[in-house]
Write a protein of this length. Structure first.
Length: 194
């Protein structure tokens, strides 16, 4: 389990990334860290991309209905508008942000903020997703969380799309995706015939 390096006396900020497949608990982990920062009386803000309108326009909502108030933004550079004394900046669904997000997170960390970014590391084709690979390369701390494979019960790292829709940005719902391990993901549609 991730333990915060410090809540006090931070001379500079840093970047944490929480990544994994769908249903792996990324948002729950982000919310857990934000809650702990609030207990420590930290100034905290939470953002999400405006595209993610699955459940609520202003809440970061995880699949198990844990929720927390957040600000939807349409461009990564809007994060730079936060007050300079903000201790902790959370970003959910980071894979849907534009390519400026890594540079923006770098600036925020240099200002002294702790930046916690949660997002899908791979899209449903198994390819690195949006700004996530760059963020993973730049982060001081990385936590990869795992779902459970819907077919075999092993640890799942892949998001398998049940729908034939080829659009990469399709908002996640349980009926449209399954978490799968590497092997069951590779077997793909063969398993759909069972
Ligand atoms: Zn499996």
């Amino acid at each position: 389990m991730f333990l915060e390096p410090s809540f006090r006396n931070q001379r500079s900020g840093w970047i944490e990334v929480i990544c994994g497949s769908m249903f792996s608990g990324k948002t729950e982990e982000l919310i857990r860290r934000i809650r702990r920062a609030r207990i420590a009386n930290q100034e905290v803000v939470l953002f999400k991309p405006r595209i993610d309108i699955r459940y609520s326009d202003v809440q970061v909502v995880s699949h198990d209905a844990n929720s927390m108030s957040s600000t939807p933004v349409s461009h990564a550079r809007m994060l730079l508008d936060v007050p300079e004394n903000t201790n902790v900046i959370g970003v959910d669904e980071a894979q849907f942000f534009d390519e400026e997000l890594p540079a923006v997170c770098e600036q925020l960390a240099l200002r002294g903020s702790r930046v916690i970014v949660a997002g899908l590391d791979m899209d449903f084709r198994g390819r690195p997703f949006g700004p996530m690979p760059a963020l993973l390369a730049m982060a001081e701390y990385i936590t990869k969380v795992h779902a459970i494979c819907h077919h075999c019960g092993n640890l799942a790292t892949h998001s398998y799309r049940l729908s034939a829709d080829e659009q990469t940005v399709m908002l996640g719902e349980k009926q449209e995706y399954e978490a799968r391990c590497r092997v069951c993901y590779a077997m793909g549609n063969i398993m759909d015939l069972k």
